[in-house]
Write a protein that binds this ligand. Structure first.
Ligand SMILES: [Ca+2]
Length: 123
């Protein structure tokens, strides 16, 4: 685990500055979404600390305040936290109402759906 050399202020990682930078560019927003999706997928096992198959609000909040994660990683986590309700509703697991968290399937369904709404070239 590396030691952060320079930390942005908490406000920066907790807010959507990087997202606001791309107000009109569908292509760049699409790239950002792809980055968040890749992060959520690649880091799922690390985010799901109790290995129940869901990344819960609490687990995301812990990462958000864990400075061993880079500010960029935490900005992705912040993105996921703000959209947690939307993401977990993307796919109905039969026990979905009981779990305040998102599964890999939720992530896949959510980003597939949101990607359809963004103008710009599809890959
Ligand atoms: Ca979990």
């Amino acid at each position: 685990m590396s030691t952060p050399i320079h930390e942005h202020k908490e406000r920066d990682s907790d807010d959507s500055a990087w997202y606001r930078c791309t107000p009109s560019s569908g292509i760049r927003i699409a790239d950002t979404l792809d980055e968040v999706k890749s992060f959520a997928y690649d880091s799922f096992d690390r985010l799901d600390k109790n290995n129940d198959g869901f990344v819960s609000r609490q687990e995301l909040n812990e990462v958000l305040h864990d400075h061993r994660w880079s500010w960029r990683d935490r900005s992705y986590v912040s993105f996921l936290l703000r959209r947690l309700d939307d993401i977990k509703a993307a796919y109905d697991e039969e026990w979905g109402d009981d779990v305040d968290g998102i599964s890999r399937v939720d992530i896949q369904e959510y980003f597939n759906a949101i990607r359809e709404k963004i103008p710009g070239p599809k890959r």
